[in-house]
Design a binder for this molecule. Structure first.
Ligand code: FE2
Length: 416
C-alpha cells in the first residue's frame, strides 16, 4: 500500500488535555490527521520532542496605527488616558502610510516570533488623521498577509458627536474595507450623546452586516455607564454574539449591585469582553491616593456569569503604555496577576483567553488543534500551561497555514 505523503508532520507533540505524544499531519494548510503515530511521510518533518504544541495565539485587541511612537512624542506626564490621547494629535495629523507600515510591521513581526498569527486591530478614524491611519494599517495588513491575519476596526477615538465630520469618515472607513465597527461612547460630552454614538455605530454595522467592537467606559469613574447602553442596543438590534466590549474599567468602579445588574445584561446580550490589563494597570487609578485601584474590569465575575472574556496587548510603546513586545504570553502573565487568576483551572483559563476564547470572540470557525482546522500552530519550549505562562519559553516553531514561518531558540546556560 502506498504511504501517504503530507506537506508537514509534527511528531511527538504534547497536546493540552491529552495523554501521550501525538503526530500532527498537515496538508494544504489544514490539519489532516492527529494520531499517536502517523505512517505517512511528509515534505517536512518537525520533532516536537514531547513539547507542548498548541494553536497559535490570537491578539484580539491592539492599536497597530499607534505603536512605536513613544520616542517621537512628548512623555505622558499625568499618565492618564486623556493626556495619552491628546499627545498623539500632532503626530496623528502627520502620519504617512510608509510610517504606519514600518511601525506596525515591527509589531507584526514581533508578534509572529512570539507565536501570534492573528490580530484584531482598532484604527483611529477621526477628523485629525482622517482615513490615513486606516490606509496605513490596511497596507500593513496586505504586506504581511502571509504571516499574520489582521482584522481592522474603524475606531472613533475622538468621539463621533464630539468630533463633527467623524460620522462621515466612519461610513467611508467601512466602505474602504474596515472589517468591524468600533466605538468609544464614553468619549462624548453627555450620556445622551453617548447613546447617539452607540446608535450611529449600529446603523453602520447593520448597513455593512459587520460585527461591533467598542472601547467601553475606559475610566474608573462610575459615572460612565455606556456598557449598559451597549447591551440594550445589542438586544434591540438583534446583534447578540456579534458585539465585543473592550476595557470596561468602570464596571469595576460600580457598586456591586449595579455591576451585577450590568453583567447580567452583558450575558443576555451575548456581549464578549476584552480586558487590557497591561495598559489599564498603568492608566487607571492615577488620581487615587491609596489604595490605588487596579483599573481592570471584573474578570472573574464575568467568567462566573458565563461571559466569554479575552485580553489583548492593546498598546506597544505608545503614549498609553511605554512597554509591550507583542507577546501574548507576557500579557497572559500580567493578566493572571491583575485578575488574580492563580488556581490551576484559572491559569488554564488565562491560556484559553489567548487561544480558543479569543477565537470564539473573533467568530473563527477553523481555529483549533483538531483535524480539519487551519494548521496555525506553535510549539512551545514548555511541558505545561503553567510553565508556558511562568517561564515565557521559546516559541520553538510558529506555523501558519501549514508553513513554518518562525523558529526560535533562546539558549541560556550556567557556566559554573
Ligand atoms: Fe484599546
Amino acid at each position: 500500500m502506498e504511504v501517504k505523503k503530507l506537506d508537514l508532520i509534527i511528531r511527538n507533540a504534547k497536546l493540552r488535555n491529552k495523554e501521550g505524544l501525538w503526530d500532527i499531519g498537515v496538508e494544504k494548510g489544514k490539519i489532516k490527521a492527529i494520531a499517536n503515530h502517523l505512517e505517512a511521510k511528509a515534505a517536512e518533518e518537525i520533532d516536537a520532542n514531547g513539547k507542548l504544541t498548541v494553536p497559535s495565539f490570537i491578539d484580539p485587541h491592539i492599536h497597530l496605527d499607534k505603536v512605536n511612537i513613544v520616542e517621537v512624542v512628548r512623555p505622558n506626564v499625568t499618565g492618564t488616558l486623556k493626556e495619552a490621547i491628546e499627545i498623539i494629535w500632532d503626530k496623528k495629523a502627520r502620519y504617512t502610510i510608509e510610517d504606519i507600515v514600518e511601525r506596525a510591521g515591527d509589531v507584526i513581526r514581533r508578534g509572529v516570533l512570539n507565536g501570534t498569527t492573528r490580530m484584531r486591530t482598532h484604527v483611529d478614524v477621526d477628523t485629525i488623521g482622517g482615513l490615513k491611519p486606516l490606509e496605513g494599517v490596511i497596507a500593513a495588513k496586505n504586506k504581511f498577509k502571509d504571516i499574520m491575519d489582521i482584522e481592522t476596526i474603524a475606531f472613533p477615538q475622538e468621539g463621533i458627536i464630539k468630533d463633527p465630520g467623524c460620522e462621515k469618515l466612519m461610513w467611508e472607513a467601512m466602505g474602504m474595507g474596515a472589517d468591524i465597527v468600533g466605538g468609544m461612547p464614553a468619549n462624548e460630552n453627555t450620556p445622551d450623546d453617548s447613546r447617539k454614538h452607540v446608535e450611529i455605530c449600529f446603523d453602520i454595522a447593520e448597513k455593512y452586516n459587520a460585527d461591533v467592537d467598542m472601547h467601553v467606559d475606559e475610566t474608573d469613574d462610575p459615572f460612565y455607564r455606556t456598557l449598559e447602553i451597549l447591551a440594550d442596543e445589542t438586544i434591540k438590534r438583534g446583534w447578540q454574539g456579534r458585539v465585543t466590549a473592550g476595557h470596561t474599567c468602570a464596571l469595576a468602579a460600580y457598586d456591586d449591585h449595579y455591576a451585577g445588574y450590568v453583567i447580567e445584561k452583558v450575558k443576555k446580550a451575548g456581549i464578549n469582553m476584552i480586558t487590557n490589563p497591561v495598559t489599564n494597570l498603568v492608566l487607571q487609578g492615577r488620581n487615587d491616593k491609596q489604595p490605588i485601584r487596579r483599573g481592570i474590569t471584573r474578570v472573574k465575575e464575568l467568567l462566573a456569569a458565563g461571559v466569554t472574556v479575552s485580553f489583548g496587548q492593546d498598546c506597544v510603546k505608545d503614549t498609553f503604555y511605554p512597554f509591550g513586545s507583542a507577546d501574548m504570553l507576557q500579557v497572559a502573565l500580567v493578566t493572571a496577576h491583575a485578575a488574580q487568576m492563580t488556581l490551576p483551572h484559572e491559569i488554564e483559563k488565562v491560556f484559553d483567553m489567548i487561544t480558543c476564547d479569543a477565537a470564539k470572540i473573533l467568530r473563527l470557525e477553523n481555529y483549533g488543534l483538531e483535524e480539519g482546522k487551519d494548521a496555525d500552530i506553535v510549539i512551545l519550549d514548555a511541558l505545561t500551561i503553567n510553565d508556558a505562562i511562568r517561564l515565557q519559553p521559546s516559541r520553538l516553531y510558529v506555523i501558519k497555514g501549514g508553513k513554518v514561518i518562525a523558529k526560535n531558540e533562546y539558549k541560556r546556560e550556567l557556566t559554573i
